[in-house]
Structure formats: structure tokens, C-alpha cells
Design a protein around this ligand. Structure first.
Ligand SMILES: Nc1ncnc2c1ncn2[C@@H]1O[C@H](COP(=O)(O)OP(=O)(O)OP(=O)(O)O)[C@@H](O)[C@H]1O
Ligand SMILES: [Mg+2]
Length: 261
């Protein structure tokens, strides 16, 4: 089976009447690892939210196609069922729902009625992933993300991803808050997903993550657009020299959204 293709074309997104994304073009195919970098407030998380269908983000122009199907016409749950996954920059806490119940419901929502995962199989798979991610088993019985440390929340997002096995995953600052060992563990889990059936867009500020997870492509976002694309060497140069040279090259004074030229 060939992998999926997510095609983002001339995407414009507004929040409360302010245009944040101003024509994003990006294609992610199964088997490809893409990294997206860029200064704060340039629209990276907005792109992630728009892809998953967050209701506050209004798409005013453009399209998002998953294997040729218009994602913008799908509800959030349909997007997940179609194989899209988002690890959030700030995962939500859900009181009253255990992590384990949440994971099982998510898996079953994707598998669909009549095709629910057998309980024993779920427990086995969850235990395997908990072990791989070095997450304490007791965490599965705690309410989702409630009182979790920053790093625990991030590991939990990757736990979800490993169990849901999406076709295309968007990982928003999955490295933030992780200690050095956890960074390695999470990176291993992401690398384990590498196959023709899996593509990912990794949003990060730090080249360090890309030492563990080798991206095939690196993109830079400024002013709500992808302004530069390259290979891993682009991330290395940004780490060493910052963004100033790129802003000069592109004639950009203020890179944040809404500050043209
Ligand atoms: N729900 C919202 N309401 C108001 N403004 C928003 C909302 N979401 C995003 N914005 C604004 O859009 C701009 C881009 O935000 P976004 O979170 O996409 O940036 P980012 O590139 O992810 O930044 P960071 O690297 O700091 O995470 C910011 O100016 C932000 O304040
Ligand atoms: Mg962000």
C-alpha cells in the first residue's frame, strides 16, 4: 500500500477577523519527514490547528487535500478517521476521563462501530507503547493530562500517536519541555513510525531535535507563509546564525504575522 499525500494549497486562515496564514503551500507524502521552523508568532500552530479543523480558525481561501479528498469539508472526527493526527503544543487536560479510556475511545472512534479493538489487545498494545516510551503504567489510570508535567504531556501525545497509527502526523513542538533522555525516547518512538505509510510535519524551534529525527525537508515560516524550504542543512544554518540572514535575503523586517515587509 502506498502512503498518503497531504497537499496544502494557498491556505489562508483568519482568527477573529485577522488573517494569520497568507497562502501556505506544502505537500507531505507518506515516507517523508518534514520539519517546520520559524520565529514565534509566525503561524506554525495556526497551520496545525487549521489542518485538524479547530473551530476558531476560519479558512478563507485555499485547500487541504488528503489523497485528493478535501479535508476542509470534513468534521474534526472525520479528519482523524481519514488518518490525520495532531500532537498539540499545549495538550488539554480532561478531568474525569482516564488516559486509558481516552486512548481506547480514540482508537475505536477511528476503527468505527462494529470494529472496536478487543480489550485485551488494547491493553497489550498500550502496555507495549508505555514501556517503549518509559511511561509509568499508573499514568494510564490518571485523568488525561491532569497534573502531568510538561514532559509527561508530550510523551502522552506520542503515546496516542503510536497507538492511533495515523497516516500523516503534525507534531507541534513535541520537544518542548522534554529532558535530554526523554527527547531521545520520544525521538525513537517517532523514528519507529518511519515507513512508506507514515508522513510527518514536525514543528520545532531547535535543530537539536533534528539530530535525532532526520528530516528530509526543512521549511521556514514567516509572516504566515512558508518562505524558504531546504534540507537538514537549512536547520543547521538557522541554529548557528539565527533568522537575521534569511530576513535580509527575503527583505523581511518583521517576521511576525501582520507585519508586512
Ligand atoms: N485563537 C487566537 N486568537 C487570537 N490570535 C491568535 C489565535 N491563534 C493565533 N493567534 C495569533 O496568530 C499569530 C500566530 O500564532 P501561532 O500560534 O500560529 O504562532 P507560532 O508560529 O506557532 O508561534 P510559537 O513559535 O510561539 O508557537 C500570533 O500573533 C497569535 O497571537
Ligand atoms: Mg506554536
Amino acid at each position: 500500500m502506498a502512503g498518503s499525500t497531504l497537499e496544502i494549497k494557498d491556505l489562508h486562515v483568519s482568527v477573529e477577523g485577522n488573517e494569520i496564514l497568507k497562502g501556505v503551500n506544502l505537500t507531505i507524502k507518506g515516507g517523508e519527514f518534514h520539519a517546520i521552523m520559524g520565529p514565534n508568532g509566525t503561524g506554525k500552530s495556526t497551520l496545525a490547528s487549521a489542518i485538524m479543523g479547530h473551530p476558531s480558525y476560519e479558512v478563507t481561501k485555499g485547500s487541504i487535500l488528503l489523497d485528493g479528498e478535501e479535508v476542509l469539508d470534513m468534521e474534526v472526527d472525520e479528519r482523524a478517521r481519514a488518518g490525520l493526527f495532531l500532537a498539540m503544543q499545549y495538550p488539554s487536560e480532561i478531568s474525569g476521563v482516564t488516559t486509558s479510556d481516552f486512548l481506547r475511545s480514540s482508537i475505536n472512534a477511528i476503527r468505527g462501530e462494529g470494529n472496536e479493538i478487543p480489550l485485551m489487545q488494547f491493553i497489550k498494545e498500550m502496555d507495549e507503547k508505555l514501556e517503549a516510551l518509559e511511561i509509568d503504567k499508573s499514568m494510564a489510570q490518571r485523568y488525561l493530562n491532569e497534573g502531568f508535567s510538561g514532559g509527561e504531556k508530550k510523551r502522552n501525545e506520542i503515546l496516542q500517536m503510536s497507538l492511533l497509527k495515523p497516516k500523516i502526523a503534525i507534531l507541534d513542538e513535541i520537544d518542548s519541555g522534554l529532558d535530554i533522555d526523554a527527547l531521545k525516547i520520544v525521538s525513537d518512538a517517532i523514528n519507529d513510525m518511519r515507513s512508506e505509510e507514515f508522513g510527518t510535519l514536525i514543528i520545532t524551534h531547535y535543530q537539536r531535535l533534528l539530530n535525532y529525527i532526520k528530516p528530509d525537508y526543512v521549511h521556514v515560516m514567516m509572516q504566515g507563509r512558508v518562505v524558504k524550504s531546504g534540507g537538514p542543512e537549512l536547520a543547521k544554518r538557522l541554529e548557528e546564525e539565527g533568522y537575521e540572514w534569511l530576513k535580509e535575503e527575503l527583505g523581511i523586517k518583521d517576521e511576525t504575522v501582520g507585519q508586512e515587509a
